[in-house]
Design a protein around this ligand. Sequence first.
Ligand code: S3P
Length: 446
Amino acid sequence: MHDAAPARLIARRPAAALRGEVAIPGDKSISHRALMFGALAVGETRITGLLTGEDVLRTAAAMRALGAEVVADPDGTWRVAGRGVGGLTEPEDVLDMGNSGTAARLLCGILATHPLFAVMTGDASLRRRPMRRVIEPLSATGARFATREGGRLPLAVEGARDALPLDYVVPVPSAQVKSAVLLAGLNAQGTTRVEEREATRDHSENMLRHFGASVSVELAGAGRIITLHGQPELRAADVTVPGDPSSAAFPLVAALLVPGSALRLKGVGLNPLRTGLFTTLLEMGADMSVEDHRIEGGEPVGDLLVRHGPLRGVEVPPERAPSMIDEYPILAVAAACASGTTRMRGLKELRVKESDRLAATAALLQVNGVRVEIEGDDMIVHGTGAPPAGGGLVATHMDHRIAMAALVLGLVTAQPVTADEAGFIDTSFPGFVALMNGLGADLAPA
Ligand code: S3P
């Protein structure tokens, strides 16, 4: 385990460039799913490279509370002894999903089609986030949900006994909603069908197949139709978790911005439904390339080579949002240091992340002297080609990605940048401070 990030952190311009090579911690989305599918499979699933961030540890605890055996070996391998589809048992206590929307929403899918009673809660950030987007479709299985006003946590669920399969068109681009429906479909009789109008990350579909479910994916315009045959026997399957491209984004942008930097980020997941940031940075003129492109555990992986260089503002189209939904705060930081204006379009979903990320990102930049506007669901960042003034105290709003984006900005601004609550970084990127400082950054308790 890593030391927890101190509550308040300050980032200063480092004395020298960022240099070196480093492995990126495991993918958060894939880690949650590996534990969940492992718990629903028959036999022992071995997971290597699992992210040990707090969000994923919440999922591990929840799977244990539901009767699966989840063990971390000293060598870093995790083993899950599953209960089989429909085999989870009633938890004795409240399931606390901490800061993690993915854990909470995917678990709702699992619970909906297990005939048991469960109560779920989360931290102050998660208790503000909308759960109706999963509860509404999942209720059609026969499950009964009761929530706080506005469909917020805590919630109680009584899972369906003879669950009905769902046929659902996801109204917002959300891999969490899609995945919740698919997870519910595992223990429903018959065929579950879920349609998304824009393709979102497909880790659930890939992993269902990997664990032996019969799942088909049909392209439909810009979206997809996924069909799953219910009540398969999932068989334990080993999972190798790639490095999280959403975490790689922070040292990556830091290297682009800090003069003279050159980094190799090893073993980064390159699933095309996750790489919108890389596409955008290349359009901005970033000096980056992929080496040692390979397939690991069914997912494309490679080493990212990145060097400092000038960036220019670009227009980021709304249809790219699902493939880089978590990367807008750090892209906004890159845009603030680029020459010219960057317009990021179609960011509505950013308002319901760990914080209202649209507002929090704009505030992060403003407090550090960057000109930024929000117009409807678009964010417009005006870069001057020179480092922003900095000197701001950034309100992170319990949001790990706002904290990390602020600290990367502070590596290039004239004055240091402070993040008020950096401890939340541990939800997705344990060891962030040590990793960044090991590359030459200057992050310190404030
Ligand atoms: C995730 C889906 C995305 C993303 C989140 C992880 C997942 O959320 O923001 O960090 O693992 O399915 P939405 O489904 O709300 O877009």
